[in-house]
Design a protein around this ligand. Sequence first.
Ligand SMILES: NC(=O)c1ccc[n+]([C@@H]2O[C@H](COP(=O)([O-])OP(=O)(O)OC[C@H]3O[C@@H](n4cnc5c(N)ncnc54)[C@H](OP(=O)(O)O)[C@@H]3O)[C@@H](O)[C@H]2O)c1
Length: 334
Amino acid sequence: MKAVELTAPSLTAFRTTQLPDPEPARGEVVVRLRAASLNYLDVAIATGGFPVAGFPMVPVADGAGEVAALGEGVAGVAVGDRVIPHFMPGWLAGAITPGHVAALRGVTLPGSLAEYVAVPAASLVALPPHLDFVHGAALPIAATTAWNAVRSASVRPGSVVVLLGTGGVSIFALQFAKASGAKVILASSSDDKLERARQLGADHLINYRATPAWDEEVLRLTNGRGADLVVETVGAATLARSLQAAAFGGTVFTVGFVTGSVASIDMLPVIVKALRIVGNNTGSVADLAQATQAIAAHRIVPAIDRVFGIDETQAAYAELSAGGRHFGKLAIVH
Ligand SMILES: NC(=O)c1ccc[n+]([C@@H]2O[C@H](COP(=O)([O-])OP(=O)(O)OC[C@H]3O[C@@H](n4cnc5c(N)ncnc54)[C@H](OP(=O)(O)O)[C@@H]3O)[C@@H](O)[C@H]2O)c1
């Protein structure tokens, strides 16, 4: 089969190659991958910022395709089914354990830049009928994480949700928060992207370059109350302001480290406001299934900024690693 491999932790170390077709083991299916989508994680791997099992490796965690072959003992899945293989295939449901983070597609297991991949049948989620393969490939990491964020804070009509930037997680969180009836305040470096967020339902827009004290703006917009949920996708540069922007009893859902993972914070807002700082590591297959059901029920369409051909993989990585250029997701098609 045709595959693109990453041969070293470098944004220019991609090569197109031929690999043996995978065979499904007992309980596995082979998926003919049709599309992949990039996450910040993929760039972190290609810049040496996240450990992998070794090089060369087939990169890209997220993908979607159709079932091509069934292993022994597989039931409830048919050849031709349109499916999304989850990024963490061993984590079916429940709380996370060390074993779950040891098996990650595109990290320690083969990723989505190959024609075929063998995965556990139990790690598949059905692609909603209103979505194509590119949309489906956008879901595993970003939609699962955004879903868990909104669910963690029990977002409901009247809740205030603050989102930082316009990357994959933030835009799914915008879509889930609006579907839940929340008021959304979104901060971005770009007025153009703020306008695109407004079209997706964002209620208040802050350009964090023009208004670096965006936490004060959140408090002003909420009459001093603050946000019930801040989805912390940025990390070191913003965590302190996220704590300031949160309401009493609010949730700061910490997932991102695009500006680094070592932050210095004042504990007082956490203590005085009894904040919940909630860590998250993507989510289980069950979480992806729930996110996908919400996407189907609300007919949410993932925001795909650009689609690259598989032979343009290096350009796709360059676009994501440039930071601040894309809105939502970048995809790669086979
Ligand atoms: N722990 C988990 O469960 C989990 C799951 C998924 C992702 N993540 C992490 O979450 C982060 C975001 O992931 P992603 O895939 O959504 O990334 P992404 O698509 O690359 O988006 C990153 C966005 O961050 C925004 N940004 C950068 N600096 C900022 C700042 N100072 N203030 C506000 N916004 C800023 C930019 O938005 P603008 O261009 O609009 O300014 C940029 O588009 C990454 O670190 C990723 O590894 C963690």
